[in-house]
Design a protein. Structure first.
Length: 242
């Protein structure tokens, strides 16, 4: 479905991704592992088309067609959605209203929209947050759960999920993991899941893993094997393995 080919990415003239190649096949949940500042988030942002992340070499292919020059909104229409590591706080925009906007284009009927919001709210336990401004006074776990709620509302073909277990309590990780499994059950065709701790990987089904070090994808293979090796011996142990 999605191929990243020899990608290099710059932010404000600084090379943050030096060489990255990976592929996501239909039906897979892929882990992207690596220490902090290894380029994982930058790679996801470039795939999603965020303007600051300039692709200076390589390509991003969806179903064989290049999407590297498309606007972020066009990539969303093609079914690519991103849950960012540090979601912005949106003053004056209630969580409920944002979810309504995301769902309405697909469901149409206001009754169906409200039912869908209720379903998402129960899955991620965000009922008390629905009528608050997006991010206003939210804890780390609440912020991540609401961000994942936007993915459930979008029902993307491919979900790019950045560090959902970073700075998050155990209960929130379990809720987010359940939501990601539910996304796959309800039609999301693939997930690329970034984590540096590997904690959330204990609670979601996954197929393969890639490892990034110093801006480069250096290893690919069975997610269970790579994750076990990383947790036992650290990231350097997988360099060149795959």
């Amino acid at each position: 479905m999605l191929r990243v080919v020899e990608l290099a990415v710059e932010v404000d003239g600084i090379r943050v991704v030096k060489r990255a190649s990976l592929e996501i096949r239909r039906g897979e949940v892929i882990l992207l592992l690596g220490p902090n500042a290894s380029g994982k988030s930058s790679l996801l942002n470039a795939i999603a088309g965020l303007p600051r992340f300039k692709i200076v070499r390589g390509d991003v292919l969806l179903d064989g067609d290049s999407i590297k020059d498309l606007e972020p909104s066009e990539r969303v229409k093609l079914g690519i959605a991103l849950a960012v590591q540090h979601p912005p706080k949106l003053r004056g925009i209630r969580v409920r209203r944002l979810l309504e906007k995301l769902i309405a284009g697909r469901e149409g009927s206001i009754i169906r929209v409200r039912r869908e919001i209720e379903r998402i709210s129960k899955v991620l336990d965000i009922g008390e947050l629905l009528d608050r401004d997006y991010g206003a006074g939210f804890s780390g776990g609440e912020m991540k759960r609401v961000e994942v709620a936007t993915l459930l509302a979008l029902k993307p073909r491919i979900a790019l999920v950045d560090e959902p277990d970073s700075g998050v309590d155990v209960d929130s990780v379990l809720l987010i993991a359940s939501a990601l499994d539910l996304m796959v059950e309800q039609g999301t065709e693939a997930i690329l899941l970034v984590t540096h701790s590997g904690f959330i990987a204990r609670h979601v089904k996954h197929d393969r893993a890639y490892v990034m070090l110093d801006g480069k994808v250096v290893a690919e293979g069975s997610s269970t094997r790579i994750l076990n090796l990383v947790l036992e011996r650290g990231f350097a142990a997988v360099k060149g393995w795959g």
